[in-house]
Design a protein around this ligand. Structure first.
Ligand SMILES: N[C@@H](CCC(=O)N[C@@H](CS)C(=O)NCC(=O)O)C(=O)O
Length: 244
């Protein structure tokens, strides 16, 4: 089998990867045991590089088009797939062994992912601010400029220490309290009990992103909630998905 190619954004961190959306694809590839190589693309180079290889842009909520990563190229089939959800669907359809949407759970997991994001999104400016600090210089400059336009505030106002940061922490903690309630509905370490699914990969990718972009003492705070549940879940997902 020819290795697949995953297009990812580098950072200054050890191991380089950081983005939650791209980690979702890495985990699915790892879980399914598919060989792959990574091509690192700095943020300002995504659009020209994706145009060059013929990848399609993503559609944003407002209908605008934007080139985003992850993009996956599969030289075994000629497929070139944009967007982490479509990549998961493509890999499941093309390589059905070791399913990530068992028991026809794709629709439910799609809804689950949206629910997960909607709870944490109001605090996103905090991890986004931290992400701006771990990117390589060109990407950081691009990221800060584009996110300032997106949120219509200066990066220094994204999550200043004090009441704004405290509110972000309160939102994140409430989100994880709710995720915990959902996990508690089943016996077993995964959302679906004893079978790992894309739902766990989704949460695992968010945990991985938080662990990577936040400061160590900030990640420790999350690890200390719910008797260490989130650190353990991330370690379990990484183990199943052969941390790459
Ligand atoms: N819905 C997309 C979102 C992907 C996305 O937003 N990717 C970011 C990196 S995490 C990106 O490529 N941004 C490009 C830019 O900011 O120009 C997915 O799940 O793949």
């Amino acid at each position: 089998m020819i290795p697949l190619i995953l297009y990812d954004i580098p950072s200054k961190l050890d191991g380089t990867y950081w983005s939650d959306n791209i980690t979702k694809s890495r985990f699915v590839l790892g879980y399914k045991g598919l060989p792959f190589q990574v091509e690192w693309v700095e943020l300002p180079d995504i659009a020209p590089r994706m145009k060059e290889i013929g990848a399609r842009p993503n559609k944003l909520a407002d209908g605008e088009e934007m080139y985003t990563l992850p993009v996956l190229s599969d030289p075994n089939t000629g497929a070139l797939v944009t967007d982490s959800w479509e990549i998961a669907e493509y890999l499941e359809k093309t390589y059905p062994e070791k399913p990530i949407f068992s028991n026809k759970s794709k629709g439910l997991i799609y809804a689950f992912g949206n629910a997960v994001i909607s709870l944490i999104l109001p605090a996103a400016k905090f991890p986004i601010f931290r992400a701006s600090q771990i990117l390589n210089e060109r990407s950081a400059e691009y990221y800060i400029t584009t996110r300032q336009v997106m949120f219509k505030v200066k990066i220094s106002e994204f999550s200043p220490e004090g009441p704004t940061r405290d509110e972000h922490w309160a939102i994140i903690e409430r989100a994880f309290n709710t995720y915990k309630e959902w996990y508690d509905e089943e016996v077993g370490k995964w959302l679906m009990g004893d079978v790992i699914s894309y739902a766990d990969i989704f949460i695992g990718s968010i945990l991985s992103w938080l662990k990577r972009v936040l400061h160590d003492n900030e990640w420790e705070k999350i690890v200390n909630w719910h008797d260490g549940k989130w650190g353990k879940l991330l370690a379990d997902v990484e183990k199943e998905c052969k941390k790459v």
